[in-house]
Design a protein. Structure first.
Length: 249
């Protein structure tokens, strides 16, 4: 077992430099607001729509539900207000109702297993000043449209090409009028290969390599165990059925 752990650690250290910097930093997500009220008054209820996008470009793909989801406001005196998000029909789309007292509030997106996302500063009465993006999506990359007509406001994030990959559980059958955001050549579509996340392939490489090392070491360990348990007496000394064993001396 000790050899197995050492081998896995060595493999991880060998492959880690091959991963992009943002992938080595861990999984991350982005909260993007729908158009926000231009003027927010104290103690008035507003409905706010927002999107939680894994890696800034696509709905959450992990197991189970992504929760809790919502908006968290923190006042200058430390007061915290949390507003839970309600899923909307579109993948990764949520809405909540907020009622905020007068003051200056730090606004964050709650993203389940992902860390809180800094949205900006809300002044009441007044408006929202957006924070600089924490994880800018590089322009000119291939991205996927999971939504159709209703999509995150920032889409397509300066992409060079957009392919359509609607989630069947959340989107009804597309009508004849529904068109991709940007037409692409067949070669570009084939190159997309489903998920266009550029960091998914390095993670798959790590998983395959680690699994191969682990499997090899386990097989070797099992073989050594069988050898240790094998009897040392030669077959000639074993009594065979139906034979008499005569010993002298």
């Amino acid at each position: 077992m000790r050899r197995l752990l050492v081998a896995l650690a060595a493999m991880a250290a060998f492959l880690a430099p091959a991963l992009p910097a943002h992938a080595r930093a861990g999984f991350w997500a982005v909260t993007e607001l729908d158009p926000f009220p231009g003027k927010v008054r104290p103690d008035v209820s507003y409905t706010v729509g927002f999107w939680v996008l894994q890696h800034g470009t696509h709905p959450y793909e992990g197991p189970g539900a992504l929760e809790p989801i919502g908006l968290r406001l923190t006042g200058e005196d430390g007061t915290t207000l949390t507003f839970d998000g309600t899923p909307l029909p579109e993948p990764a789309h949520y809405a909540t109702s907020v009622t905020v007292p007068a003051g200056r509030w730090r606004v964050q997106g709650l993203q389940g297993m992902f860390g809180p996302y800094e949205i900006g500063t809300l002044t009441v009465p007044g408006g929202l000043k957006a924070a600089p993006p924490q994880f800018p999506v590089p322009a000119g990359t291939q991205v996927t449209d999971y939504w159709g007509p209703v999509k995150p406001p920032g889409f397509p994030w300066g992409a060079a090409a957009v392919t359509s990959n609607r989630l069947p559980a959340a989107t009804p059958a597309a009508s004849a009028s529904a068109q991709p955001v940007l037409a692409t050549q067949p070669a570009q579509v084939a190159a997309a290969g489903g998920d266009s996340s550029p960091w998914r392939q390095p993670y798959a490489l790590v998983v395959v390599a680690v699994a191969a090392v682990a499997g090899t070491l386990l097989v070797q360990r099992a073989a050594r165990t069988v050898v240790r348990r094998r009897p040392h007496d030669p077959p000639e000394r074993e009594a065979r059925e139906g034979e008499e064993v005569i010993s002298t001396g």
